[in-house]
Design a protein around this ligand. Structure first.
Ligand code: GLN
Length: 484
């Protein structure tokens, strides 16, 4: 097997444009790597072998100019399986969408194809993106390439593990409360959640519509940026899609004022995470940036707020799976019984828990106490960020308080699982962009650092992350899989 799978997306594209490698060789190398390694990782739900090879061969017939005009030509990309794709199954990790084939491509897929990307397959996730470990997939769990007995994080765990293990240089994830950034952190890669409204969700299977965003995952900041630039942009088919204001705030190359929220550096952070963070912060200081302590006083309400709003919206979004319109149907003795048995057999336990929580929070008599209150607290959380960004250009935090945990260890404790989202869910509630990047290892497991920026400051976010990446030692390949 040749080693194209080790290359970055930038390198692959450049070498392809220059005629040094063929797209077919690139795709074959990744397909072989998937065949050799994905048995133990379980990152993919569907591998688009024939389709990817056919597209690669077609691109090999392109002239240099045409190759160069397509910024992702010659580059494999994997897609989280809650993003619909024509010609490939889309299950969202749920039995209720077994055998579902979308009649159309999501907006981000149209954009990827227009940019020349070669889609190599669909990646595993927690059912309907509800979870933090990819253990709640109806099909199989995904294993962390750093240590196969551990979770890759979630819900975009398949995408994160695939990128980390060299099964694809790029992957799309979705992030409702951290599902790009947390698995990126656990797998030692870069993952970015854009500003709410920046990337079209047309064709993203809805979980919580006021929080969902699609974003890039890659092994470097530059590669994440390449994928992001291919997918961002206004789309009239997503009513929340927003054009970016032209004014930018952060100062070019710095020095920047970087806020460290005291609420994110308190108790409960694993010592190894803290140590890796401290080293990264030291590097930022030595680059001449000013690190200042700030406060985001409503942080402690974030989990309660998120776990009211997200299930409430999910309970509404998931009402469409009725055995009639999409996917699976289990017949019953009458119509209502058909709905009930389809949903009972089609949804897994975590999804049912969310539907119950969400339906309760929205029900008459409880709406004011739960949903409305959560919305008010959400406003307070957003104002915390507005105020903070009056003082600083960026905010830096640990992405997660801990490193990848053992598979099964949080199975019977959903609250413990939910609490792990404490540092990521706030960005979704506030609608701001966030990026996680690896900053070191703790007992052999990756530690992620999160950058947060004001709305529509993605460009600055990438710039800041790249500046830090340039002065940090590069992580080795993950230790849990063979890299021969
Ligand atoms: N872990 C969070 C949840 O379970 C976030 C999920 C996500 O971002 N899709 O809801």
């Amino acid at each position: 097997m040749d080693n194209h799978w080790r290359a970055t997306a930038h390198e692959l594209h450049q070498h392809f444009v220059e005629g040094k490698i063929s797209a077919e060789a690139v795709v074959s190398s990744h397909l072989q790597r998937i065949a050799a390694r994905d048995g133990e990782i379980g990152a993919f739900l569907h591998v688009n072998e024939e389709g990817a090879l056919a597209r690669a061969k077609e691109q090999d017939g392109w002239a240099e100019g045409k190759r160069a005009d397509h910024p992702l030509s010659g580059v494999p990309v994997a897609v989280k399986d809650n993003i619909v794709t024509r010609g490939m199954p889309t299950t969202a990790g749920s039995k209720i969408l077994r055998d579902f084939m979308s009649p159309f491509d999501a907006a981000v897929i149209e954009k990827l194809l227009a940019a020349g990307a070669i889609i190599v397959g669909k990646t595993n996730l927690d059912e309907f993106a509800m979870g933090s470990s990819t253990e709640h997939s109806a099909w199989h769990p995904t294993h962390n390439p750093w240590e196969l007995s551990r979770v890759p994080g979630g819900s975009s765990g398949g995408s994160a593990a695939a990128v980390a293990a060299g099964l694809t240089p790029l992957a799309l994830g979705s992030d409702t409360g951290g599902s790009i950034r947390q698995p990126a952190s656990y797998c030692g890669i870069v993952g970015m959640k854009p500003t709410y409204g920046r990337v079209s969700r047309y064709g993203l299977i809805a979980f919580a519509s006021s929080l969902d965003q699609i974003g890039p995952m890659a092994r470097s900041v530059e590669d994440a940026r390449l994928l992001y630039e291919a997918i961002e942009g206004v789309d009239p088919r997503d009513s929340t899609s927003t054009a970016a204001p032209s004014a930018t705030l952060a100062r070019g190359n710095g020095p920047w004022r970087i806020g460290l929220p005291r609420e994110y550096f308190g108790e409960g952070i694993e010592p190894g995470v803290r140590a890796a963070m401290d080293q990264a912060l030291e590097r930022l200081r030595s680059l001449g940036h000013q690190l200042v302590e700030i406060s985001l006083p409503h942080t402690s309400y974030a989990i309660a707020t998120y776990y009211l709003i997200a299930p409430a919206e999910a309970s509404s979004n998931l009402s469409r799976y009725d055995g009639v319109r999409y996917g699976m149907r289990v017949d019953g003795h009458d119509l209502v019984n058909m709905y009930e048995t389809t949903r009972d057999q089609g949804f897994g336990a975590e999804v049912k828990r969310r539907i119950l929580l969400g339906t309760h929070a929205l029900s008459a008599g409880y709406y004011d106490a739960y949903y409305l209150t959560a919305q008010k607290v959400r406003t307070l959380i957003r104002r915390d960020f507005d105020q903070a960004f009056g003082q600083v250009d960026f905010i830096v935090t640990p992405t997660t308080p801990d490193c990848a945990f053992p598979l099964g260890s949080r199975d019977d404790d959903p609250i413990k699982m939910y609490l792990g989202d404490i540092f990521t869910a706030t960005a979704n509630l506030a609608g701001i962009p966030g990026l996680s990047m690896p900053v070191g290892l703790s007992e052999g497991l990756p530690v992620g650092l999160q950058w947060l920026a004001p709305p529509f400051q993605e460009s600055q976010l990438f710039q800041a992350a790249a500046a830090l990446e340039a002065v940090l030692p590069k992580l080795p390949w993950p230790t849990g899989v063979d890299h021969e």
